[in-house]
Design a protein around this ligand. Structure first.
Ligand code: ATP
Ligand code: MG
Length: 475
């Protein structure tokens, strides 16, 4: 059993000099959370603010969600907050979501967990009346503190505040057993490094590399959705490159994504991908596209008299990326958003392109993807360093032309046409089907020649003429 730090209060006093102390954190706790804690305490239960919210408050960050740990059993929590419960799904694990105002509060009974035969969930959950036992089942020291805001008492048995100060991620207890209990924690170890820009304790990383090498199937027991969520948070963090390098060093990346196996063998390519990730805006689909955009390079690499080429690497990369994203159970819409960027990332970016050619490009990729593609190209250039100034100038000129086109609201995609599929069906007497799409494409091509043609009247006339031609046609 881990022991509670002896002179905790002395430490707290010392910390107050360099970081917001408890008193500075208190006013930032929402009224809803205070009310939940106060009501539980008024009924004689213990109640603490715990987990990520407390960590984030100490760091001056905005917490995502609010967790309260209590000695009350789930049924007792329900009695304290009748009619103010949101969901009961977590109840089996002791969690009840309480809504007293705008902000929901997840109230969880103190837990001490048993063995983990499936490597994910404890076989039994026993409710214990001890906050320290609850904290000792948490993953990292910075996530394993509890604050009673009414008593102004911080419970920090694993020196989480010291690790916050040193900016280090360290497991609660022995890393080896904590990771074999739940392999997802290995990923979380890197996720928090990326999100908080902390470093991971070196010894912990050594253990991860060992666990990953000895039993690569451990991570396979973790649900793809959980892996996906951790990777999303990692990629959109402030320091994704550092965390991803850790995943490469320990072998975790190729366990999760074997598609990267040839990429990690080419350190220059890997570094380029990481630099692109860091250079692009922190939106999930952009970060994923940056990470995956050159996945097809190793398979398409050829060398001839003129140098090294990667013909068709964007199509090859798209295929690999599709397999990876599907395995992680990303939604279809998200996957398609990423794949279109991988597929088109080599789009010609020539400021001398004609308006018609520009509109054709926009039609192929869509208005939103076009803006994303420009952002991906910008990051790609920043990450390559090659011919930086020239490439940058060309991209800027190209981007201003696209933006001008968007501003002038010229026709850029099918949905910008002054008629829609229903009009096409009505005039030509068509049933819904691929023919409608083909006619829309035809209208679009006609309009890209001259945007002035994009009025409802002219397009309907075009359709009428098309109908007449069809009627008069001998076959
Ligand atoms: P975020 O700000 O992203 O929500 P968080 O720290 O709140 O970060 P969550 O995944 O919401 O992370 O988990 C809430 C808390 O539950 C954590 O702070 C940690 O104390 C504990 N926890 C979560 N997942 C695990 C796990 N796999 N093993 C042990 N403890 C965990
Ligand atoms: Mg959270």
């Amino acid at each position: 059993m881990l022991t509670v730090g002896g002179n905790r209060h002395a430490r707290t006093r010392r910390f107050r000099e360099w970081r917001p102390g408890i008193r500075r954190v208190l006013p930032r706790i929402p009224g809803e959370v205070m009310a939940v804690i106060a009501e539980l305490k008024a009924r004689g239960f213990q109640a603490f603010l715990v987990g990520g919210a407390l960590r984030d408050l100490f760091l001056g960050r905005e917490p995502e969600d609010w967790d309260v740990a209590t000695s009350a059993l789930p049924g007792q929590v329900e009695e304290v907050f009748p009619g103010r419960l949101l969901v009961h799904t977590g109840k089996r694990f002791g969690t009840v979501r309480v809504l007293t105002g705008e902000i929901p509060v997840d109230v969880t009974t103190f837990r001490r967990e048993g063995t983990y035969t499936d490597g994910r969930r404890p076989d039994w959950v026993e409710f214990e009346e001890s906050v320290v036992d609850d904290l000792s089942r948490r993953d990292f020291t910075v996530n394993a503190m509890a604050l009673d805001p009414l008593a102004q008492k911080l419970v920090d048995p694993f020196r989480g505040r010291g690790d916050l100060r040193r900016r280090v991620i360290r497991t609660v207890g022995d890393p080896q057993s904590r990771f074999s209990e739940d392999a997802l924690r290995m990923l979380r170890f890197y996720r928090f490094q990326a999100v908080l820009n902390f470093r991971g304790e070196a010894e912990t990383e050594r253990v991860i590399a060992q666990v990953a090498a000895e039993d690569p199937s451990l991570l396979a027991k973790v649900s793809p959705e959980r892996v996906r969520e951790e990777l999303n948070k990692l990629l959109t963090g402030v320091a994704p490159g550092k965390a991803l390098r850790g995943l490469v060093r320990t072998g975790l990346l190729t366990i999760i994504a074997p598609e990267f196996t040839p990429v990690v063998m080419d350190p220059e390519l890997m570094e380029h991908l990481l630099a692109t990730v860091e250079a692009i805006k922190p939106e999930p689909h952009l970060r994923w596209a940056a990470f995956l955009h050159d996945l097809g390079k190793p398979a398409t690499r050829i060398q001839d008299g003129t140098g090294i080429h990667y013909f068709g690497h964007e199509q090859a990369g798209e295929k690999l990326a599709a397999v990876l994203l599907e395995r992680l159970r990303f939604s279809r819409a998200f996957t398609e958003k990423v794949l279109i960027l991988v597929r088109r990332h080599m789009f010609p970016c020539d400021p001398g392109m004609s308006d018609t050619a520009l509109r054709r490009l926009a039609a192929k990729v869509g208005r939103e993807a076009l803006i994303d593609l420009l952002e991906l190209r910008r990051a790609d250039i920043v990450a390559s360093g090659n011919h930086y100034h020239r490439a940058w100038r060309i991209l800027s000129e190209f981007a201003s032309r696209i933006q001008a086109l968007l501003r002038e609201e010229k026709v850029l995609t099918l949905s910008d046409l002054a008629v829609n599929g229903r009009d096409v069906m009505a005039v030509l007497g068509l049933a819904p089907g691929p023919e409608v799409g083909r006619v829309m494409q035809e209208l679009f091509s006609w309009v890209t020649e001259d945007p002035e043609r994009n009025t409802r009247e002219r397009l309907l006339r075009y359709l009428e003429e098309k109908k007449k031609k069809k009627e008069n046609s001998p076959c």
